[in-house]
Design a protein around this ligand. Sequence first.
Ligand code: ATP
Ligand code: MG
Length: 577
Amino acid sequence: MAKSDSSAEKPAEARSHFIREMIEAGVRDEKHGGRVVTRFPPEPNGYLHIGHASSINLNFGMAAAFPGGICNLRFDDTNPDAEDVEYVDGIQEDIRWLGFDWGDRCYFASDYFQQLFDFAILLIEKGLAFVDSSSLKEIRKLRGNFYEPGTNSPYRERSIEENLDLFRRMRAGKLEDGAQVLRAKIDMQSPDLNLRDPILYRIRRVHHHRTGDEWPIYPMYDFAHGLSDAIEGVTHSLCSLEFEDHRPLYDWILRACEIESPPEQTEFARLNLNYTVLSKRKLLQLVDKGHVSGWDDPRMPTLRGIRRRGYPPQAILQFCDEVGITKRDSVVDVGLLEHFVRDALNFGAPRAMGVLRPLKVVIENFPEDQVEELDAPFHPNDPSFGSRKLPLSRVVYVERDDFMEEPVKKWFRLAPGREVRLRYACLITCVDVIQDPNSGEVVELRCTWDPESLGGAPADGRKVRGTLHWVSADHSVPAEVRLYNRLFKDENPSAGDGDFLDSLNPDSLEVLSGCRVEPSLANAQSGDCFQLERMGYFCVDPDSERSGTLVLNRTVGLRDTWAKEAKQAAPGTGAAC
Ligand code: ATP
Ligand code: MG
């Protein structure tokens, strides 16, 4: 095969957005000493999805956009119940695949457990944290709500000594899960619920995938996150909008812990795509309940799913740049993502021919033992792809849909008595149709060819409008082809009160066996991408190695409805729906 992966270039200048402008202004004013340090902080409780790609592109992209900027990879592994080392490895693989590198700065919040513990001690010593022996239920009850203020815990006024002692006993593993928690002492009257003495530490006597059984207590996200940012010298802590309400707490903790150059939290809207779900919890359900074959099922919006489907990473980054970063939630049309995939593959994928639903064609006047070796370019516009040989012989396969026994108006493909061109080969005319005597199904076409049209135009210059893809029966390679449709029937599967699983599309996967592809694909390797002319873009699935038969995934069809619709829409309104 010629070039196997696509190489459309990323645009040199990515679009600006409010975060880029904010960082630019800060650098100009020497804020944070003019430094730009970001981090991407995944929780290793699932694989990354396309929404994470937007955050990765933002964090690594902003670091790369400013001289000396760096982006750390930090696993936010403070919740051992759902976390797994399998995800730690998978996440790194996925970020690398997108083309980003964190150098030697792969960190784990769990590396900071001792420092975080020391900060908690500091807060207790300053009278800014206390151990609460109330049950979680009681704590919740006393918290109040949006309309009513909270009530102080009966344990709020414990002495510093008692708090230190109790917290150390928590740490020593002497207490049951849920027996007590460490809380910040802020303000139970605060209109901001997050500031009503939030929990900082809880007892969880569970095994951690990195620290083992060393810690029976684990810090809460709000406590661990800002301090981990501070420990790493992060300047810009970019996170999604749901943390906006937590920012006062983020700042309070940094102030209370006397952090000298505190990081700055800025929130942006999550990326949402229609016809899918972007939540690890829901994606895990799809996997666990067997609705998909795994996290890397090509219908999944996970990075490993779309990689297996054949999406080139640069198409994903271009998509993220195009969607941009905003402060307002919106849902992006998955058609826009497909548009960039198609665009990248149009430049980068070689062409081949393959017949998905074969119909046998016998060319009656083609000698039995004759084989014509035809030359065909791998790419119509890029000679650097080279060319391949296409063998033509007496029996070929064409696409079943390219034949119509009683042709409709404007049908230019095969029909009884009709002449068509076999792409790169010759003209053939259908002279007879063989049907199964029982079912009446067309099982074979008998045709004749015009030997003078071989590799070019017919001698008399007659016009033939239909051109079909085809393969030689004897020389072609068998393949299984998997066609994908949207995983969900509804634009927003999570809308309403119903279960998002009710919205699953039962026709999201169609498996075609008995397909035939041209011989140049005989040695195609897992991950190779190409266009099967007229049928779409495909890539070789890793199942090929397991099964010994070529298994192809259709990455995306050829028709770009998004580009057409976007042209008609006013500029800037095409992307979101
Ligand atoms: P999920 O809802 O899928 O479980 P999460 O926020 O819990 O997502 P994390 O592992 O904590 O997953 O995410 C790591 C980073 O990616 C966070 O900074 C988070 O804000 C960001 N992120 C997650 N989902 C999206 C999204 N859809 N769009 C943009 N950023 C996202
Ligand atoms: Mg999270």
